[in-house]
Write a new protein. Sequence first.
Length: 165
Amino acid sequence: MIPQIIDNYLSEERFKELQTNIVWNTDFPWYLNNNVVSGKVEDPESSYYATHIVYYNCKPLSNIYEKFIPLINSLPNFRSLLRVKVNFYPKTSELYEHDKHVDYDFEHKGAILSLNTCDGFTRLEDGTIVDSVANRLLLFDSSKPHNSSTTTDPKCRFNININYL
């Protein structure tokens, strides 16, 4: 799969709805993770983050799953959903790149929708850096090594990570 970057992916109305339900919602439940990359010990000051699993193991796990259906249904060549996860990376004093990882160890597709603009990014296997820009969608092969980063300019970096077949 050749990576694609699509700016202004969702209509302004749909995008603002997701931002309102996630980024600007003080009641949105976040779950702390000690490491961004499972099974690896990274810098404890820079590698923690929070997630919210929306869909996993063939079932919705969040009461806002319905808000994601238009986004999921718009994905190119979509056949089956594996996981939908919302990520919250806190601000760090220096930009920190997390370790490389694959989302699943079998061939599948990945989509990352940035919910805010910041100096954080996703680095792909070939070294390409995709900046976090609000309403930018990255489509790529998430079974290939890639990594995320923190941010230094706003308080946090928010994105939606979708894995699908």
